[in-house]
Design a protein around this ligand. Structure first.
Ligand code: WTA
Length: 619
């Protein structure tokens, strides 16, 4: 067998398609048996569970009564197996600074930092907000929280002070961990200043731990230096024995209405599912150099930069910066020099690389790559082909992974070794019972567009939305009895699924999930804005871009100054990635008779498409 042949399905001599079908059908027929066997084999538990699955619709539990700590699975067990010197994390940045940390060192740092957090009074169940650069210390901080049963809430470093503040308040975090800056295109982007602004007047925050990236400077009240905190701590921290259903983390994500919701994931099912999907989807091997380009501020970073790869004991690569700085082949250099074997990124990044042209690919040796992956938005077939041809040497599997913050891990993906169709995520993962249905929940015909739903809970499904269980229930009540993903999809004659994009008012810019309502609410806090509507428009590189329609209050006139002021306002309220590309001043907005803005109509007009059913339009 050649060095690059893939065999994620390795059970017997049947061909891969037959093997997948057999395993998949077993996993759907008896999911509890399927997951229990894998949980026993793949995950270390300090106490075995009493009951594999419990479903009191819509609430569910997995591995009830089981006890474990995810950090033991990610760290201790590898060190105990003699892998203490193996590189766990490999950090690189745009200056090609390289830092490698072994499993032994990482365990040591996590233990010390965990003891440091304890010394500040962080206890099991306490929320800790992270607003950090993509550096090794961020992973240390996440794992240290998990070690002592603290619940981390990572906020992406691109969010504004206002957005950060909302997340701190909603999660009730007593501790915030940050760094002085993050590096982006040669510029040090301030993080600490944003935290200072975010916590002004907030009594709830008792401590701010600061990773000082330049020479240490004087810190003020409440502030502690990251390494000072860690310095004299005991080298071992007994892992808190967590219940399988205890929360591991909260991560905020945008929905179609209102404010972002704090999606809560629990310990047992999430540990198992992220471990097993990483192993199968990327056909993990012992010496893999695994690079997922996501930031831990998003779910992909949680599941497939931190927990999944570390649980599998491979080397996970962290790169601070952007794909094309200092040169368009910056990422290619890293792949070649670090001999990356698994590479997982987003369609937006691939489209950007493709635009620079294949001459940059040709300068580099990609023979170390064995499996490629993509996530975050639909990948255009021609972009998929380009990725495989120019980065994947023409024959590597390209794993188009469909999933969501709420699902915790990959849901639809055509495993390596199975025939793949460009542009189609394809097959459901083991144990995932998917369907494409109409509004009434009835399966639609082959090749017909419908709503993508999941018929039963899986181990890493979200358990609640923080402080808002009603919002959780909506996922299971939109179409009674099934989990509503919010995506449109088509199933073909082979059962392969093509995800078409959101069916609701969620917009995806560079794979970042943004809610129209959230942006509109921010627009309405601008003194000149009376009404606002936000839509996504196709964008060649970023998938979608943001267009807003704004109705002004009396006494305000349209103009460039106002456009710029509104843009600055959005940047301040949410983040620069949310700043609208186009702002159009309008006299009024199309609304239903009950006063709801019909974004669908605005979008159709904008794209010169059929406006559809206008019977509810208030004319
Ligand atoms: C979209 C990211 C098509 C989808 C892991 C989903 C995708 C939303 C794919 C979740 C894919 C993600 N093909 N669409 N392979 N992956 N999406 O929560 O619309 O940031 O509902 O999770 O991204 O975004 P989220």
């Amino acid at each position: 067998m050649s060095q690059h042949s893939v065999k994620a399905l390795t059970f017997n001599s049947m061909n891969h398609v037959e093997e997948y079908k057999k395993l998949y059908s077993e996993s759907i027929k008896e999911p509890e048996k399927f997951w229990a066997e894998i949980a026993e084999k793949e995950i270390q538990w300090s106490k075995k569970w009493d009951k594999t699955f419990e479903w009191n619709y819509p609430d569910y539990k997995w591995f009830v009564g089981g006890k474990l700590n995810i950090t033991q699975n990610c760290l201790d067990r590898h060190v105990e197996a003699g892998l203490g010197n193996k590189t766990a994390l490999l950090y690189l940045n745009e200056n090609y600074n390289r830092v490698a940390v072994s499993y032994g060192e990482l365990l040591n740092q996590v233990n010390k930092f965990a003891n440091g957090l304890k010394s500040l009074g962080v206890k099991r169940g306490d929320k800790v907000v992270l607003y950090m650069p993509l550096v090794i210390e961020q992973v240390v901080a996440m794992l240290a929280c998990a070690r002592i049963g603290g619940v981390h809430n990572v906020v992406f470093g691109g969010f504004s002070a206002q957005a950060l503040r909302e997340r701190i308040v909603d999660s009730g975090a007593k501790v915030v961990i940050t760094g002085t800056w993050t590096l982006r295109r040669g510029v040090k982007k301030d993080l600490k200043g944003t935290v200072d602004e975010a916590i002004q007047g907030l009594d709830v925050v008792e401590h701010i731990i600061v990773l000082q990236r330049d020479a240490a400077s004087a810190l003020v009240e409440k502030e502690i230096d990251f390494y000072e905190l860690l310095k004299d701590q005991n080298e071992f921290c007994v892992p808190e024995e967590m219940d399988a259903e205890d929360p591991l983390f909260v991560l905020y994500t945008s929905g179609s209405t209102g404010k972002p919701k704090g999606v809560v994931h629990t310990t047992g099912g999430y540990s198992l599912y992220t471990h097993y999907t990483t192993k199968k989807v990327f056909d993990i091997r012992e010496n893999d150099i695994y690079w997922c380009t996501a930031d831990p501020g998003w779910i992909t970073g949680h599941s497939y930069v931190v927990y999944g790869p570390l649980s599998n004991g491979v080397t996970s690569v962290l790169v601070e910066g952007v794909p094309d700085f200092p040169t368009p082949d910056h990422w290619y250099k890293i792949i070649e020099e670090q001999k990356v074997s698994i590479f997982y990124t987003s369609p937006t990044a691939i489209r950007m690389l493709r635009k620079y042209g294949e001459q940059y690919c040709e300068k580099h040796d990609f023979s170390s790559l064995r499996v490629l992956g993509t996530v975050g938005e639909p990948i255009n077939p021609e972009v998929w082909q380009w990725y495989r041809k120019h980065i994947g040497s023409g024959d590597r599997p390209v794993e188009d992974t469909w999933w969501q913050t709420e699902t915790g891990g990959h849901m639809i993906v055509t495993l390596p070794g199975l025939p793949q169709k460009p542009g189609k995520a394809g097959k459901p993962f083991f144990g995932i019972d998917v369907d494409v249905v109409n509004k009434e929940g009835k399966s639609v015909s082959v090749n017909e567009k419908g709503f993508l739903v999941i018929k039963k809970p899986w181990p890493s499904a979200l358990r609640t939305c923080l402080n808002d269980h009603e919002r959780f229930k909506k996922y299971w009540n939109e179409i009674k009895g099934v989990y509503f993903t919010g995506d449109f999809a088509i199933k073909d004659e082979d059962g392969d699924i093509q995800v078409l994009g959101r069916s609701d008012d969620v917009i995806s810019v560079s794979g970042h999930r943004l809610g129209s309502a959230e942006i509109e609410n921010a627009l309405l806090t601008h003194p000149a804005v009376s009404e606002a509507a936000v839509i996504g428009k196709p964008d060649e590189i970023r998938g979608e871009k943001i267009k807003t329609f704004v109705v002004l209050k009396p006494g305000h006139a349209p103009g460039d100054d106002l456009v710029n002021d509104i843009k600055r306002h959005i940047k301040r309220e949410i983040a620069s990635m949310v700043v609208p590309d186009e702002i159009e001043f309008a006299q009024g907005l199309p609304k239903t008779r009950s006063g709801k803005i019909m974004r669908r109509v605005l979008k159709a007009r904008e794209l010169k498409q059929d406006e559809g059913d206008l019977s509810v339009l208030d004319t």
